[in-house]
Design a protein. Structure first.
Length: 320
């Protein structure tokens, strides 16, 4: 019996070992198969990668960018568009075309389609009706080109002054971004004021460009020029707002001018006092230097006299 039990034990051990070996072989086969599959897949991905590596990626990015900002479809524009835009830079012309053909045209006052416009004048009329929307994005040279052409087509002084004031607001809005915008604004204000004074009976009329120029001069502390415009407006009975002339604004300007004059006078007085103190200090230093020089002269003179006296005594002692 002991011999048989030992045989049975050995048989069980051998069976277990056989099962373990089989499982190990199967697991190794699975691992190898997975490795081969991954290798095949990675090779397939590499074969699908375009030649050129990074350059191909850059081309793809360029194609994506191009798809995001496509060129303007020229068929959507009026037939006279290029002629109308003569005088603009190529970039400004493209920007204008993009603005009027974008998906936000419902905010503008254009007819649709844009190709339905037969004349430049009608197109420009709607352009300036849309100027409050376009103005913020429109390049300056584009706005100036459109303004110049449209004003040249207008015969009515009322229509011209209306377009002038749209351009005045355009320049004023860009005064902190473009160095010459405020100068252009002032120049156009003056031109429009002259037009109003020459073409219209001023009493009871508002002149926006006049008020704008007064505000500009006030901000620049050019009170004399602002007050002159107020006086002109008062004498012509121009209104600043409903039923109100420029008397109140003139009074406020006089108050500001008086305060500025007082500040200027105080500053001038302080400067004068400092200048006088500096001059007094200079005089004192000069007097002190002069006194010191005089003392030095006296001291040297006394030394010379003493030397003479001492020299005479020596001579007398030698003679004795």
């Amino acid at each position: 019996m002991p011999i048989l039990s030992v045989v049975y034990d050995l048989t069980d051990y051998t069976a277990v070992m056989a099962v373990c070996i089989v499982l190990t072989v199967v697991l190794a086969g699975i691992i190898v198969a997975m490795a081969v599959l991954n290798y095949v897949r990675s090779g397939a991905r590499q074969s699908e990668t375009p030649a050129g590596g990074d350059e191909a990626d850059e081309e793809d990015e360029g194609e994506t960018a191009a798809s995001v900002t496509p060129a303007v479809d020229r068929s959507l524009l009026p037939a006279f568009f290029d002629t109308l835009c003569e005088g603009m830079s190529a970039e400004s012309r493209e920007k204008f075309a993009t603005l009027i053909t974008s998906g936000e045209t419902q905010k503008l006052r254009y007819r649709t389609p844009l190709t339905s416009y037969e004349t430049e004048k009608d197109f420009l009329k709607d352009t300036f009706l849309s100027f409050s929307v376009l103005g913020g994005e429109l390049p300056t040279d584009a706005a100036e080109t459109l303004f110049s052409k449209y004003v040249g087509m207008l015969k009515s002084a009322a229509a011209i002054t209306r377009i002038n004031n749209k351009m005045v607001r355009f320049y004023f809005a860009r005064r902190t971004k473009e160095a010459d915008a405020l100068d252009k604004c002032v120049k156009l204000c003056k031109k429009d004021i002259a037009l109003n004074f020459n073409k219209f009976d001023a009493p009871g009329r508002k002149i926006p460009s006049l008020k704008r120029l007064i505000l500009i001069y006030t901000a620049q502390k050019k009170y004399a020029e602002a007050l002159n415009l107020c006086d002109e407006a008062i004498s012509r009975e121009v209104l600043e707002r409903k039923d109100e002339g420029y008397e109140d604004r003139k009074a406020r300007l006089l108050g500001k001018k008086r305060r500025e004059d007082e500040k200027a006078a105080e500053k001038a007085a302080r400067e004068a006092a400092r200048a006088e103190a500096r001059e007094e200090a200079k005089r004192r230093r000069a007097a002190a230097r002069a006194a010191a020089r005089e003392e030095e002269k006296k001291r040297r003179a006394q030394e010379r006299e003493a030397q003479k006296v001492n020299g005479g005594e020596s001579d007398n002692g030698g003679a004795v």
